[in-house]
Write a new protein. Structure first.
Length: 240
Protein backbone atom coordinates (compact mmCIF):
# COMPACT_ATOMS: atom_id res chain seq x y z
CA UNK A 1 0.00 0.00 0.00
CA UNK A 2 2.88 2.36 0.89
CA UNK A 3 4.48 1.71 -2.52
CA UNK A 4 1.20 2.33 -4.38
CA UNK A 5 0.57 5.57 -2.47
CA UNK A 6 4.09 6.81 -3.13
CA UNK A 7 3.83 6.17 -6.87
CA UNK A 8 0.32 7.63 -7.17
CA UNK A 9 0.92 10.80 -5.16
CA UNK A 10 4.36 11.55 -6.55
CA UNK A 11 2.80 11.26 -10.02
CA UNK A 12 0.07 13.71 -8.99
CA UNK A 13 2.81 16.14 -7.93
CA UNK A 14 4.45 15.70 -11.34
CA UNK A 15 1.12 16.38 -13.03
CA UNK A 16 0.86 19.65 -11.10
CA UNK A 17 4.12 20.73 -12.77
CA UNK A 18 2.72 19.71 -16.16
CA UNK A 19 -0.39 21.79 -15.43
CA UNK A 20 1.85 24.82 -14.88
CA UNK A 21 3.55 24.10 -18.21
CA UNK A 22 0.19 23.86 -19.97
CA UNK A 23 -0.95 27.18 -18.50
CA UNK A 24 2.01 28.89 -20.16
CA UNK A 25 1.50 27.00 -23.44
CA UNK A 26 -2.22 27.82 -23.48
CA UNK A 27 -1.31 31.50 -23.41
CA UNK A 28 1.91 31.10 -25.39
CA UNK A 29 1.60 34.30 -27.40
CA UNK A 30 1.02 36.31 -24.24
CA UNK A 31 3.79 34.38 -22.43
CA UNK A 32 6.38 35.16 -25.10
CA UNK A 33 5.35 38.80 -25.40
CA UNK A 34 5.40 39.41 -21.65
CA UNK A 35 7.99 36.80 -20.69
CA UNK A 36 9.96 39.30 -18.62
CA UNK A 37 6.98 39.64 -16.28
CA UNK A 38 6.90 35.87 -15.88
CA UNK A 39 10.66 35.88 -15.22
CA UNK A 40 10.11 38.56 -12.55
CA UNK A 41 7.36 36.44 -11.00
CA UNK A 42 9.60 33.37 -11.17
CA UNK A 43 12.47 35.22 -9.46
CA UNK A 44 10.15 36.14 -6.60
CA UNK A 45 8.90 32.56 -6.34
CA UNK A 46 12.38 30.98 -6.30
CA UNK A 47 13.94 33.40 -3.81
CA UNK A 48 10.95 33.43 -1.47
CA UNK A 49 10.52 29.67 -1.67
CA UNK A 50 14.15 29.12 -0.77
CA UNK A 51 14.08 31.56 2.15
CA UNK A 52 10.56 31.06 3.52
CA UNK A 53 9.89 27.36 3.00
CA UNK A 54 12.98 25.33 2.14
CA UNK A 55 15.44 26.75 4.67
CA UNK A 56 13.10 26.44 7.70
CA UNK A 57 12.13 22.94 6.53
CA UNK A 58 15.77 21.90 6.23
CA UNK A 59 16.58 23.30 9.70
CA UNK A 60 13.85 21.13 11.21
CA UNK A 61 15.57 18.07 9.78
CA UNK A 62 19.22 19.01 10.17
CA UNK A 63 20.54 21.71 12.52
CA UNK A 64 23.59 22.25 10.30
CA UNK A 65 21.57 22.78 7.13
CA UNK A 66 22.58 26.43 6.70
CA UNK A 67 26.05 25.22 5.76
CA UNK A 68 24.47 23.17 2.99
CA UNK A 69 22.39 26.13 1.82
CA UNK A 70 25.72 27.90 1.28
CA UNK A 71 27.08 24.75 -0.38
CA UNK A 72 24.12 24.66 -2.78
CA UNK A 73 24.66 28.33 -3.60
CA UNK A 74 28.36 27.74 -4.28
CA UNK A 75 27.73 24.58 -6.32
CA UNK A 76 25.48 26.46 -8.71
CA UNK A 77 27.86 29.40 -8.86
CA UNK A 78 30.72 27.06 -9.82
CA UNK A 79 28.47 25.16 -12.22
CA UNK A 80 27.63 28.38 -14.02
CA UNK A 81 31.19 29.72 -13.82
CA UNK A 82 33.04 26.67 -15.14
CA UNK A 83 30.50 24.71 -17.17
CA UNK A 84 27.65 26.89 -18.40
CA UNK A 85 29.14 30.37 -18.36
CA UNK A 86 31.36 31.50 -21.22
CA UNK A 87 31.99 34.77 -23.08
CA UNK A 88 28.76 35.82 -24.77
CA UNK A 89 28.81 37.12 -28.31
CA UNK A 90 25.06 37.65 -28.48
CA UNK A 91 22.51 38.55 -25.74
CA UNK A 92 20.59 35.36 -26.61
CA UNK A 93 23.60 33.27 -25.51
CA UNK A 94 23.38 34.68 -21.99
CA UNK A 95 19.63 34.04 -21.94
CA UNK A 96 20.29 30.42 -22.96
CA UNK A 97 22.71 30.09 -20.05
CA UNK A 98 20.05 31.35 -17.63
CA UNK A 99 17.55 28.83 -18.99
CA UNK A 100 19.98 25.91 -18.69
CA UNK A 101 20.88 26.71 -15.08
CA UNK A 102 17.25 27.22 -14.09
CA UNK A 103 16.26 23.82 -15.49
CA UNK A 104 19.10 22.08 -13.63
CA UNK A 105 18.05 23.72 -10.36
CA UNK A 106 14.34 23.05 -10.83
CA UNK A 107 14.99 19.47 -11.91
CA UNK A 108 17.15 18.84 -8.84
CA UNK A 109 14.47 20.28 -6.59
CA UNK A 110 11.74 18.17 -8.22
CA UNK A 111 13.88 15.08 -7.63
CA UNK A 112 14.13 15.99 -3.95
CA UNK A 113 10.35 16.50 -3.80
CA UNK A 114 9.91 12.89 -4.88
CA UNK A 115 12.35 11.74 -2.19
CA UNK A 116 10.45 13.75 0.44
CA UNK A 117 7.09 12.27 -0.62
CA UNK A 118 8.45 8.72 -0.47
CA UNK A 119 10.05 9.39 2.94
CA UNK A 120 6.74 10.79 4.21
CA UNK A 121 4.83 7.65 3.26
CA UNK A 122 7.51 5.56 4.95
CA UNK A 123 6.54 7.22 8.23
CA UNK A 124 2.76 7.16 7.76
CA UNK A 125 0.03 7.64 5.16
CA UNK A 126 -1.04 10.85 6.91
CA UNK A 127 2.43 12.40 6.73
CA UNK A 128 2.77 11.27 3.12
CA UNK A 129 -0.50 12.98 2.17
CA UNK A 130 0.45 16.21 3.96
CA UNK A 131 3.85 16.17 2.26
CA UNK A 132 2.24 15.59 -1.13
CA UNK A 133 -0.16 18.50 -0.62
CA UNK A 134 2.75 20.81 0.22
CA UNK A 135 4.69 19.60 -2.82
CA UNK A 136 1.72 19.94 -5.20
CA UNK A 137 1.16 23.50 -3.96
CA UNK A 138 4.54 24.62 -5.25
CA UNK A 139 4.90 22.26 -8.23
CA UNK A 140 2.32 24.31 -10.15
CA UNK A 141 4.37 27.54 -10.00
CA UNK A 142 7.47 25.43 -10.66
CA UNK A 143 5.95 24.31 -13.97
CA UNK A 144 5.08 27.90 -14.79
CA UNK A 145 8.61 28.98 -13.86
CA UNK A 146 10.41 26.35 -15.94
CA UNK A 147 8.38 26.99 -19.08
CA UNK A 148 8.39 30.78 -18.72
CA UNK A 149 12.16 30.96 -18.23
CA UNK A 150 12.84 28.67 -21.20
CA UNK A 151 10.57 30.67 -23.51
CA UNK A 152 12.22 33.88 -22.34
CA UNK A 153 15.63 32.26 -22.93
CA UNK A 154 14.70 31.80 -26.60
CA UNK A 155 14.62 28.00 -26.47
CA UNK A 156 12.60 26.36 -29.21
CA UNK A 157 9.08 25.50 -28.16
CA UNK A 158 9.62 21.75 -28.61
CA UNK A 159 12.82 21.80 -26.54
CA UNK A 160 11.17 23.95 -23.86
CA UNK A 161 8.35 21.41 -23.55
CA UNK A 162 10.80 18.50 -23.40
CA UNK A 163 13.02 20.08 -20.72
CA UNK A 164 10.03 21.18 -18.65
CA UNK A 165 8.64 17.65 -18.92
CA UNK A 166 11.89 16.32 -17.47
CA UNK A 167 11.40 18.68 -14.51
CA UNK A 168 7.90 17.24 -14.05
CA UNK A 169 8.90 13.56 -14.16
CA UNK A 170 11.82 14.17 -11.78
CA UNK A 171 9.35 14.05 -8.86
CA UNK A 172 8.00 10.52 -9.44
CA UNK A 173 11.53 9.47 -10.44
CA UNK A 174 12.87 10.68 -7.09
CA UNK A 175 10.11 8.79 -5.31
CA UNK A 176 10.85 5.56 -7.21
CA UNK A 177 14.60 5.83 -6.56
CA UNK A 178 13.87 6.25 -2.86
CA UNK A 179 11.50 3.28 -2.81
CA UNK A 180 13.82 0.85 -4.51
CA UNK A 181 17.32 2.07 -3.63
CA UNK A 182 17.25 4.53 -0.72
CA UNK A 183 14.22 3.54 1.33
CA UNK A 184 15.90 4.39 4.62
CA UNK A 185 16.84 8.01 3.94
CA UNK A 186 17.53 9.68 7.28
CA UNK A 187 15.99 13.02 8.19
CA UNK A 188 19.50 14.50 8.37
CA UNK A 189 20.18 13.56 4.73
CA UNK A 190 16.78 14.92 3.70
CA UNK A 191 17.65 18.16 5.46
CA UNK A 192 20.91 18.38 3.53
CA UNK A 193 19.20 17.78 0.16
CA UNK A 194 16.49 20.36 0.88
CA UNK A 195 19.14 22.87 2.01
CA UNK A 196 21.13 22.41 -1.21
CA UNK A 197 17.91 22.94 -3.18
CA UNK A 198 17.28 26.15 -1.20
CA UNK A 199 20.77 27.41 -2.04
CA UNK A 200 20.24 26.63 -5.72
CA UNK A 201 16.89 28.46 -5.78
CA UNK A 202 18.33 31.55 -4.10
CA UNK A 203 21.31 31.57 -6.47
CA UNK A 204 19.25 31.15 -9.64
CA UNK A 205 16.67 33.73 -8.56
CA UNK A 206 19.14 36.37 -7.36
CA UNK A 207 22.08 35.81 -9.71
CA UNK A 208 20.37 34.94 -12.99
CA UNK A 209 16.71 35.92 -13.03
CA UNK A 210 16.94 39.26 -11.21
CA UNK A 211 19.67 40.55 -13.58
CA UNK A 212 17.34 39.61 -16.46
CA UNK A 213 14.67 41.89 -14.97
CA UNK A 214 17.22 44.73 -14.87
CA UNK A 215 18.48 43.95 -18.37
CA UNK A 216 14.92 44.16 -19.74
CA UNK A 217 13.83 47.00 -17.49
CA UNK A 218 10.16 47.68 -16.99
CA UNK A 219 8.50 49.46 -14.08
CA UNK A 220 6.12 46.52 -13.64
CA UNK A 221 8.95 44.02 -13.10
CA UNK A 222 9.14 44.85 -9.39
CA UNK A 223 5.37 44.43 -9.08
CA UNK A 224 5.41 40.94 -10.58
CA UNK A 225 8.40 39.93 -8.44
CA UNK A 226 6.43 40.96 -5.35
CA UNK A 227 3.44 38.96 -6.63
CA UNK A 228 5.72 35.90 -6.76
CA UNK A 229 6.86 36.52 -3.17
CA UNK A 230 3.31 37.00 -1.92
CA UNK A 231 2.24 33.85 -3.74
CA UNK A 232 4.81 31.79 -1.84
CA UNK A 233 3.85 33.42 1.47
CA UNK A 234 0.22 32.44 0.87
CA UNK A 235 1.24 28.86 0.08
CA UNK A 236 3.27 28.71 3.29
CA UNK A 237 0.31 29.89 5.37
CA UNK A 238 -2.28 27.66 3.71
CA UNK A 239 -0.42 24.41 3.12
CA UNK A 240 2.73 24.26 5.23
Amino acid sequence: MEINNTIIYSSIAGLATILGILIILFAEKFSRKYSIYLVSFSAGVLIAFGLIILIPESLELNKNSLLYVLLGFLIFYLLEHFIIHHPYHEPSEREHSVGKLAIIGLGFHSLIDGIVIAAGFEVSNELGLITTLAVVAHELPEGITSMAVLLHSKFKKSLSILLSFFVAIATPLGALLTLYFFNDVSKEILGILIAIAAGSFIYIGASDLLPETHEHYNKLNAFYLLIGVVFVILISFIFI
